[in-house]
Every structure is written in structure tokens, then in C-alpha cells.
Design a protein around this ligand. Structure first.
Ligand code: C5P
Length: 395
């Protein structure tokens, strides 16, 4: 969550039952390196006390416009003076109505009116309140005013009803804020990306696959989405959640992956991260193969090279490949770049990254090799995005 490191955030907590989740949000934001200052409204304080937020944020909690702790009585300006953003979570229908009208009748709304930083709002209310035309109008006004609305989610509500109006989960809010602060280097770009292993059936229950976890592709998809791109992951079988703001098409075999990729094109950028099986059984058995004690041979036929095929299309997207090698990285990675007609290859020595949280990669492009510093994988993904954006800007 590098976007949150060192950020000063004002978190407004208003009177909804989801206020209890704001406590967890403060913890997550603090863990990601943000300096969180909580402003609790009178309604918010009915659900969770200031002591909880003070303990979790390590900062004083503010509730009153006339708080004597503010020595110059300028709380409304001082608190948000050097803030990077104000987030209201949960935001009730009432606070949204007051924000839409530009009212300043408590500390939080006064801070919002006097701010010169972005404001993000995470609504939380009963589904009928959310659907009410008055709330719809207020939401539209807030959006027009440049205020970012996060959520709400649909699901079961505290009142027992089911519908739209639940506050987004703290993890999703922290992730959304992190994304909000990332530079939008790939804004307006459509990216199709392959991910994970493929599974090549031998019979209805068995197959050939590999141990690719998909972590690199999913991490890169997240970094691309945070950089403002529209991302579609064509993914083989993995056990990973889809990153926020990313769409996924799930496939099994290389042939299915190829078909899904071709259907997903055109795109500005195509990134082949999947560990596509080089071979598949010539004929998958229709029924489960029975044990006979005799030798069994499986004839394998080569799979299409999806990346090479996309890069050879008449108007190809900007194509990026991956090369994981155990030796001669420069020779093999640059060789792959030229053979498959790629604009860029991300190379790494398998012993440098496999299974670890850190990774060291070298980027190969027409200008040569560009090593990125060894770093946690999410940072490596951001380094790849930055280089990709520079190459794209050059045309
Ligand atoms: O040739 P090699 O498999 O080492 O190349 C790796 C790169 O090519 C990766 O970017 C991978 O996603 C892509 N690839 C592909 N289809 C294949 C084999 C590899 O898209 N059948």
C-alpha cells in the first residue's frame, strides 16, 4: 500500500452502525503508514467512543468545533490544512445531504467546506434511504462537485433487509484510498493480460499443469488498475481474489486462453504473464482412464504461443512478455523479445523471485536492459508500470 505511506488523512466517522468498521479502517491505514486524524460526529460517538479511535490512530480525536484544545480556535482550517485527503466512512444520508448543501453546522462539515484537499465519501445506510430520490440527488450533486463516492456495496443490512447501502469493507476502502493516491500513468489505456498456469486435460479428472501461482500477474494487474488502466485478466486456475477495479475471465486450457484473449482484443497493451503449457495431450479421453497395469503413453502436441500470435497481428497492441530463466538471463530474455516481436520483456532469474515476497527483475526493450532494484513484489509491479508508461508515451 505504497500510496498511503506518509499521507496525512482526516477520517470523518458519522452516525451509522458501520462506525464499528471505521475502527478497523484506522488500524489498516495506520499499518500502511498513514497518519490518521479522526473527526467523530455526535452521531458517530453514539456508536464508537473517541477512546477507541485515539488508541488506534495514536492521535487526538476531534468532535467539537469549539474544542479548547485548538489553541487558536481554527480547528476547521488547522485539521485539514496539510491533509492529503478527507475520507468520511461511514457517511450517513444526513451528512451527504449537508455536504451537498454546503452546510457547516458541525466540525466535520466545516472541515469539508474549508478544505483544499480531495474528499472521499463511503456511504452507509438502509437501502431505502440510499434509493430515496433525495439521496440520489445529493449523490449526483456531490459527484458533480468532484467528491469521490466509494461504494456502497450490496448485501445484508443491520436492519435485516438486503440491498444496496452497506459500507464497503475496511480492506476495500484502504485499497481504494491507496489506488486514489497512485499516479494515473496508464489513464485511458485498455490492457489485456494473461495469468496463472493452464490446465491441459488428459481425461475428465486428470491433466497437465504447472505450479504458477498467478501472484505476479495479479499484482501487476492491480498496479495497472491503480494507474488508471481498464484491465482484463484472462486467467488460468489460481486461488487468488480479483484485484479491485480488474475484470477476470477464467479459463482452463491454453486453447481456451487463446480464444478468450483474441475475443478480448483490441487493446492498447497486451501483457503475457501466464505460464502457458507448451504442450497438451493430443486427445483428451472422454471417460476416466482405467488403471490396467500396462504402460500408458500420452501423445503431446504443441500449444499455440498466444503472445507471439498477438504480437504478429496486423495492428498489434503494445506487447509485453515475461521470461523466467535459471541462467543467461540477458541472452534468453532479449532473444525472446526479438523472436516474438515484443516491445518489452520482464526478465528475472527464477532463483531471485520464485516463492519469495521480494523480486529482482530486469526490463529489456529496444534501448537495452534496465534493472529494477530488488523490492517487494507490489513495488516491482509499480516499477514495471512506470517503465511501460514511459515507453508508451514515446509512441
Ligand atoms: O517462450 P516462453 O514460454 O519462455 O515465453 C514466455 C512468454 O510467452 C510469457 O510472457 C508467456 O506468457 C508467453 N507465452 C504465451 N503462450 C505460450 C507460451 C508462452 O503467451 N504458449
Amino acid at each position: 500500500m505504497s500510496g498511503l505511506k506518509g499521507r496525512k488523512l482526516v477520517l470523518g466517522v458519522t452516525g451509522g452502525v458501520a462506525a464499528y468498521k471505521a475502527a478497523e479502517l484506522v488500524r489498516l491505514l495506520g499499518k500502511a503508514g498513514a497518519d490518521v486524524h479522526v473527526v467523530l460526529t455526535e452521531g458517530g460517538a453514539r456508536f464508537v467512543t473517541a477512546v477507541t479511535f485515539q488508541a488506534l490512530s495514536g492521535n487526538p480525536v476531534w468532535t467539537d468545533l469549539w474544542d479548547p484544545r485548538m489553541d487558536n480556535n481554527m480547528a476547521h482550517i488547522d485539521l485539514s490544512r496539510d491533509a492529503d485527503a478527507i475520507l468520511i466512512a461511514p457517511a450517513t444520508a444526513d451528512v451527504m445531504a449537508r455536504l451537498a448543501q454546503g452546510r457547516a453546522d458541525d466540525l466535520l462539515t466545516t472541515l469539508c467546506l474549508a478544505r483544499d484537499c480531495p474528499l472521499l465519501v463511503a456511504p452507509a445506510m438502509n437501502r431505502q434511504m440510499w434509493e430515496n430520490p433525495a439521496t440520489r440527488r445529493n449523490v449526483a450533486t456531490l459527484r458533480d462537485d468532484g467528491i469521490r463516492i466509494l461504494g456502497p456495496a450490496a448485501g445484508e443490512q443491520a436492519c435485516g433487509e438486503v440491498g444496496e447501502g452497506r459500507m464497503l469493507e475496511p480492506e476495500v476502502l484502504a485499497e481504494s484510498l491507496d489506488a486514489f493516491f497512485q499516479p494515473k500513468l496508464l489513464a485511458g489505456k485498455r490492457i489485456v493480460m494473461t495469468a496463472g498456469p493452464t490446465f491441459e486435460a488428459i481425461d475428465p479428472v486428470r491433466g497437465i499443469t504447472n505450479s504458477s501461482s498467478g501472484k505476479m500477474a495479479y499484482g501487476l494487474a492491480r498496479a495497472c488498475a491503480q494507474a488508471g488502466a481498464e484491465v482484463l485478466l484472462v486467467s488460468g486456475p489460481v486461488a487468488l481474489p480479483v484485484p479491485l477495479g480488474v475484470a477476470r475471465v477464467s479459463v482452463k486450457s491454453a486453447l481456451e486462453m487463446r480464444a478468450a484473449v483474441l475475443e478480448a482484443l483490441p487493446a492498447d497493451i497486451f501483457i503475457g504473464v501466464a505460464a502457458v503449457a507448451d504442450y497438451r495431450p493430443a486427445n483428451a479421453a472422454e471417460h476416466k482412464i482405467k488403471k490396467s497395469g500396462a504402460e500408458l503413453g500420452i501423445t503431446l502436441v504443441p500449444n499455440p504461443d498466444i503472445l507471439a500470435e498477438v504480437a504478429s497481428l496486423p495492428n498489434p497492441p503494445f506487447c509485453v512478455g515475461f521470461a523466467a530463466e535459471s541462467r543467461n538471463l540477458d541472452e534468453y530474455a532479449e532473444g525472446k523479445r526479438q523472436a516474438k516481436k515484443l516491445r518489452m520483456v520482464v526478465g528475472n532469474l527464477v532463483q531471485d523471485g520464485l516463492g519469495s515476497d521480494d523480486n529482482q527483475v530486469v526490463l529489456f526493450d529496444a534501448d537495452g536492459r534496465h534493472p529494477l532494484p530488488r523490492a517487494p513484489k507490489p513495488e516491482v509491479a509499480q516499477g514495471i508500470v512506470a517503465h511501460l508508461a514511459r515507453l508508451l508515451a514515446r509512441g
